[in-house]
Design a protein. Sequence first.
Length: 110
Amino acid sequence: MKGTNLGEFEELVLLTVVVLKEEAYSIAITDEINRITGRKVAFGVVHSALDRLEKKGLADSRMGASTRVRGGRRKRLFTISAAGKAALLKARDQRAALWKLVPETAFKNI
């Protein structure tokens, strides 16, 4: 499948979708990434990444129920797809394989 490689930020977003489970919507994802990474990530950047992930077939979305707290508006909830899981596992395995090749002394004098 073309375009299924993950960039660093897409990987963060997709991992956060997995972590948040049923609460994976744009604002919650943004807040969690900001909390975990210490970055100041804008909502729009996360929203764009989610759209890319969905177009690549790595994430799926559905509209949640409307709530009073949100003034009757509905949340767009995200889940990881089977292809998304495969992409995350591939990225993890590639990183692990590279780390295994780094000699113990590689960072000694840095």
